[in-house]
Design a protein around this ligand. Structure first.
Ligand code: PRP
Ligand code: URA
Length: 209
């Protein structure tokens, strides 16, 4: 069974409280999504392997730790996942980025795929799939299945807000994928929105409503 980590760090929780507020502007919303993703990235990469490297400081020779050449990729689920990319790239400037375009059919709530572009060696990389919202879990589950079909073996899912329904779906479909969220909310409403949530993440990032 996969692990579910809720990042309850005060900085993340404070920023999330502003993100949820319906009065928050598009500019501030974008900045907050990016900052929260950066802070979550810091925690979600805690298990990256380190190796010893010999260097010389201005004072003496020293053995120091560096990340051990782990091949990573971030895969945002379009559109809203794009809002999380900059914050993560600022922490990992050389990380490769793949894109999966999915939208949720408003009637059936089923994900519809419209774009898929990965780095050529994606099957050799550890992947962090990012999307601010894990609602029914349909989009995340489908995105992860596309990656597995492409040969990816190690996948983590990082969302800002998760619903219990989405976590349950993910654990059923992908018990090998650990889930990182900043908050686990109460439930989904009849339109598949997370309650209390933050509304439609894509619309709030791109100002489309
Ligand atoms: C939102 C969100 C997730 C999905 C979550 O995207 O960003 O991808 O819904 O819902 P689910 O867990 O029930 O699948 P949306 O379909 O609104 O597309 P957008 O990002 O282009 O706005
Ligand atoms: N997608 C969103 O953007 N928000 C929700 O609450 C659910 C799905």
């Amino acid at each position: 069974m996969s692990k579910v980590c809720v990042f309850d760090h005060p900085l993340i929780q404070h920023k999330l409280s502003i993100l949820r507020d319906k009065g928050t502007s598009v500019k501030e919303f974008r900045e907050l999504i990016s900052e929260i993703a950066m802070l979550m990235c810091y925690e979600a990469t805690r298990d990256l392997p380190l190796e010893d490297v010999e260097i010389e400081t201005p004072v003496a020779k020293a053995t120091v730790k560096r990340i051990a050449g782990k091949k990573l990729a971030i895969v945002p689920i379009l559109r809203a996942g794009l809002g999380m990319v900059d914050g993560m790239v600022s922490m990992m400037p050389n990380v490769k980025v793949g894109h999966i375009g999915l939208f949720r059919d408003p009637e059936t709530l089923e994900p519809v795929k419209y774009y898929f572009k990965m780095p050529p060696d994606i099957e050799e990389r550890d992947v962090i799939v990012v999307d601010p919202m894990l609602a029914t879990g349909g989009s995340a589950s489908a995105a992860i299945q596309f990656l597995k079909d492409d040969g990816v073996k190690h996948i983590k899912l990082m969302c800002i807000i998760g619903a219990p329904e989405g976590v349950e779906r993910m654990q059923k479909d992908h018990p090998d994928v650990d889930i990182y969220v900043a908050a686990l909310d109460d439930h989904l409403n009849e339109h598949g929105y997370i309650v209390p949530g933050l509304g439609d993440a894509g619309d709030r990032i791109f100002g489309t409503k």
